[in-house]
Design a protein around this ligand. Sequence first.
Ligand SMILES: Cc1cc2nc3c(=O)[nH]c(=O)nc-3n(C[C@H](O)[C@H](O)[C@H](O)COP(=O)(O)OP(=O)(O)OC[C@H]3O[C@@H](n4cnc5c(N)ncnc54)[C@H](O)[C@@H]3O)c2cc1C
Length: 245
Amino acid sequence: MWTQGKVVKRTDWTADLFSLFIEADIGDFTAGQFVKLGLDIKDKRIGRAYSLVNHPDEDLLEVLLIRVDDGLLSPALHRLQPGDPIHMSTKASGFMTLDYVPPSRDLWLMATGTAIGPFISMLRTHAVWQQFEHVVLVYGVRYTQELAYNGLLTELTQQHRSQFSFLSSVTRESSADALTCRIPEALETGLLEQQAQREICPQHSHVMLCGNPAMISETQALLEQRGLRKNLKRKPGHISMERYW
Ligand SMILES: Cc1cc2nc3c(=O)[nH]c(=O)nc-3n(C[C@H](O)[C@H](O)[C@H](O)COP(=O)(O)OP(=O)(O)OC[C@H]3O[C@@H](n4cnc5c(N)ncnc54)[C@H](O)[C@@H]3O)c2cc1C
């Protein structure tokens, strides 16, 4: 089911990476969930999933997108300007939310690229700071300029100094403030835990993985070697995930 919304504003982070702010009536959602955005292209409705980035109480719905070369929908979304109409699913969906996470001391959020979006939404809620003693965010991109929401993340680091660790990883150029290897490699070599000054273990950690499917599979395999299990509704575990393709 679709509802018609309207683009109200946009932020361009790079030539291809952008956020859209949309007015649409979709009812309540939980941080971590996604909607479908749709446009009619050559008389056919093309819809794809996009995670919501805003706090659930905010009126404007916010999504972070990348224009995929040769993609069917994302180049058309990239052309949208304030005032343009856009279709959106009438409801948000998805289970990568905090209410499905069993009690745990530490929350590890690991994202590549645009998959930082659902974690930004979670970090904007009070619940995440009440539910966990410590939160570690690991954000992997190719180039430094692709680190969207950097200002907000710096603010959160200052606000939650003793409760929040933010680690970025930039793989295609050297950066003084970031790790320079992919997330699975940083986990395997112990660099992530060294930087966050915490250990990942089944007793104390819940890990959420989002974005690039190769990062997710490799990281999941490494976590399973340490005894962490996939979190399922019928069998609670330690790893929640959402693959973007
Ligand atoms: C649950 C879920 C949530 C998602 N949330 C987001 C989001 O918040 N922001 C977002 O930009 N995309 C998100 N995606 C991906 C999005 O749905 C589309 O697949 C993407 O925009 C490409 O659509 P397209 O029609 O342009 O490309 P298509 O013609 O469908 O081509 C798909 C190809 O694009 C590439 N691709 C898809 N998504 C990405 C990406 N995010 N980064 C780099 N390459 C990609 C892959 O190579 C994939 O095989 C999400 C997907 C899922 C399943």
